[in-house]
Design a protein around this ligand. Structure first.
Ligand SMILES: [Fe+2]
Length: 270
């Protein structure tokens, strides 16, 4: 009887240790909490010589909407550590005046003095211009112990996006194993979006497999304007941020704590 009791106590201790372990694995030593503000698809048109035919896209309001997001977050008392811009910041980056519109967005956002990471979209025009304006680069950004990788994907004639595998290998080679990896790209990876328009990046299954092998914690995208909550696949979470340009003008605040995270969806009341 005594033996049985000791054995049961041993099993209970193992269960408790495992639970404690998984919590501690979530809260990794030396990694502080991180709050990320995610804004996607603002599709701004200010002075750009371009008209958007889609009435649901409130392109001309985008700068005002962005400012409202920043003010709302600021007034909420949440400290933001990094801002992720998920692409399609302007509606036509190739139009005359689009560069000035991007500069206006940059000026608005940079006032927060928070680091900004950009994942260029198919509407932004040349990605090198976008990155230069936001003083950003493609690759690993180490912020508060988190490894955040933004990808500049290539757009094809059919509007689909392609990942450069050499660049992917290069960026991941600069990561370490014991710190969370978060990836940002404009096009969704997972789940598969079964529509005629090519929402998912090409080779999305292969990319998802690669992310899983590399232990990516969370993959964040834009592009699918309706937004998609977190879907898990082989240990990696996949999230699509809704478009700011479309009602009800949503954005996300993701609160990371080591390998744990909580996604808050917010909307502007307008
Ligand atoms: Fe878009």
């Amino acid at each position: 009887m005594e033996d049985m009791r000791n054995k049961m106590n041993g099993i209970m201790k193992d269960i408790m240790d495992t639970a404690k372990d998984s919590v501690e694995r979530g809260k990794v030593n030396g990694i502080e909490p991180l709050n990320m503000l995610v804004i996607a698809d603002s599709h701004y048109i200010g002075i750009a010589d371009h008209v958007c035919p889609l009435i649901e896209r409130k392109c001309t309001l985008a700068l005002k909407l962005l400012q409202e997001v920043l003010d709302t977050v600021n007034n909420s008392g949440t400290t933001i550590d990094v801002i992720a811009l998920m692409g399609d910041m302007v509606d036509n980056g190739n139009a005359l005046g689009a560069k000035e519109d991007l500069l206006a967005i940059k000026e608005t956002i940079k006032k927060t003095k928070v680091p900004v990471i950009v994942a260029p979209g198919n509407h932004d025009g040349p990605s090198e211009v976008l990155l230069e304006i936001f003083e950003d680069y493609e690759g690993v950004h180490n912020i508060k112990g988190y490894q955040i990788i933004n990808f500049v994907d290539k757009y094809n004639e059919d509007e689909s996006a392609s990942r450069c595998w050499d660049k992917m290998e290069e960026h991941f080679s600069q990561t370490v194993q014991n710190k969370p990896i978060i990836v940002l790209q404009h096009n969704p990876i997972y789940p598969y979006i079964d529509r005629t328009y090519p929402y998912n990046i090409r080779e999305w299954e292969k990319i998802a497999q690669y992310y899983s092998q590399k232990g990516v914690l969370l993959s964040i995208s834009g592009h699918a304007h309706w937004g998609i909550p977190v879907n898990m696949k082989d240990g990696t979470g996949y999230l699509t941020c809704p478009a700011l340009a479309e009602s009800p003008h949503r954005y996300l605040i993701i609160k990371f704590d080591g390998y744990l995270y909580n996604v808050e969806e917010h909307k502007l009341l307008c």
